[in-house]
Ligand binder design. Structure first.
Ligand code: ACO
Length: 399
């Protein structure tokens, strides 16, 4: 879709998402569309469908892979249920193959939409609330290093390497450049809640060992509304550094609550809290949805924790190049994956393989649910051991 049609995208998305994007906001949001591969569907000259595919890199066990970050999917209400989204998805598969991106990922508006296109929920996130009307007691000694607030403009330089290390440790994280830090992680205004302050970046240690990005909101005691610290992200090299950052966030004056929209399911804070009632996990939700667009490449270019050999029969109704039987030989020294006619050890749909790919959903659970069929007993267990990751997969970035 040509750049000159970006204005039409705003008109389309305002209708579809029931919003009004004024001229200033359009200017601020343009960067994403300029960065993206844009797929448009037209009726005459009129844009009736749109999808933005951001050229991203995502961490997988042992490395990073090219990944199309699909966002702003919209079809005019007058043109829905005629196959416009389906046609745009088909275009995405051929484009990503050309660009050499083996993966695509998205966040859903409605969970029922994307399974049919081969996407599976591949990471989960938790939302947490921390009561900070009293001191936050922790069961480890926080890192005593100095804390300093830095300008968001310096974030990429100062904490970028820390984020890079966190990305290498945990699958599902997206690579960032300076533009991504500035526009996506640290935009001045929060699109969801304009009462939140601009983001603050607090850094622990002269040689940074951890950082947190947060916004805050003034409370109103006269009506019993507490001031809130909203954590955007927090990364640290050690649990002591993590504890120091939580203690700081819990001690911000004139606030009585920390709210976190998305944290990894293995976030240590609920375990660290001396009073577990102070830290409440309010929700666990399927977060990033993944699509293995190039199955062979996706399977051979991730690291494997253990040796495994199996013939996988993968059902993929949308991408014929993936559909069929694959002999997977994987282990710590690498992996190969080639087409075979041999009898399968395990049969599953590509969307379910995507859910297992970053180590989130165990294949054994898919078998127990009747979504994968184990022809050779023990295959699911061996696959799970090989797919396992030390940390739960998680993406801090939303797009
Ligand atoms: C990653 C993101 O950007 S999430 C944001 C997604 N966008 C929205 O929710 C905005 C509002 N909705 C829309 O713009 C459109 O309805 C879309 C994009 C969800 C669907 O576009 P359409 O062109 O209508 O989809 P299309 O006609 O290709 O439908 C394909 C299949 O998906 C199904 N489908 C489409 N939307 C939905 C839905 N909301 N829930 C369940 N199934 C759905 C269709 O029924 C169809 O199935 P079928 O072939 O068995 O009949």
């Amino acid at each position: 879709m040509p750049e000159s049609d970006i204005e039409q995208v705003f008109e389309l998305s305002d209708i579809v998402f029931h919003q009004r994007t004024d001229a200033g906001e359009r200017e601020e949001r343009r960067w994403r569309f300029l960065l993206a591969h844009r797929v448009g569907a037209y009726d005459g000259d009129r844009l009736v469908g749109f999808m933005a595919c951001l050229p991203l890199g995502v961490s997988v066990p042992g490395g990073t892979l090219g990944c199309s970050g699909v966002t702003f999917v919209a079809v005019l209400p007058t043109h829905r249920r005629r196959g416009v989204l389906t046609a745009m998805m088909d275009r995405l598969w051929s484009d990503t193959a050309e660009r050499g991106e083996p993966l695509a990922a998205l966040y859903v508006s409605e969970a029922a939409i994307y399974g049919r296109f081969g996407f599976g929920a591949a990471t989960r996130a938790i939302s947490m609330e921390v009561a900070t009307d009293r001191p936050l007691g922790l069961r480890v000694e926080p890192d005593p290093g100095p804390l300093r607030l830095i300008s968001p403009a310096d974030a990429a330089k100062v904490v970028g390497p820390l984020y890079g290390r966190a990305t290498a440790r945990r699958a599902g994280q997206f690579l960032r450049d300076e533009q991504w830090w500035a526009e996506s992680v640290l935009p001045r205004v929060d699109e969801e809640d304009e009462d939140l302050t601009a983001p603050r970046v607090v850094v622990l240690g002269e040689e940074p060992r951890g950082y947190a990005v947060y916004r805050s909101k003034q409370g109103d005691d006269s009506v019993g509304v507490p001031g809130v610290v909203q954590v955007v992200e927090l990364e640290a090299d050690t649990v002591e550094a993590e504890a120091a950052l939580w203690r700081y966030l819990a001690s911000v004056d004139l606030t009585r609550r920390i709210s976190c929209w998305a944290r990894p399911v293995d976030d240590p804070l609920p375990l660290l809290a001396a009073d577990p009632d102070q830290v409440v996990v309010t929700r666990t939700w399927p977060a990033l949805w993944l699509r293995l667009v190039d199955l062979e490449s996706a399977l051979t270019r991730r690291g494997w924790a253990r040796d495994v050999e199996a013939v996988l029969e993968v059902r993929d109704e949308r991408i014929p190049a993936n559909h069929g039987r694959w002999s997977l030989r994987a282990g710590r020294d690498g992996a190969s994956c080639r087409r075979v006619d041999a009898a399968p050890d395990l049969t599953l749909a590509v969307r379910d393989l995507a859910s297992a790919y970053l180590g989130d959903t165990p294949v054994r659970r898919l078998v127990a649910a009747g979504l994968a069929v184990e022809h050779t007993p023990g295959t699911a267990e061996r696959l799970d051991a090989a797919l396992a990751t030390p940390l739960a997969p998680f993406a801090a970035d939303q797009f």
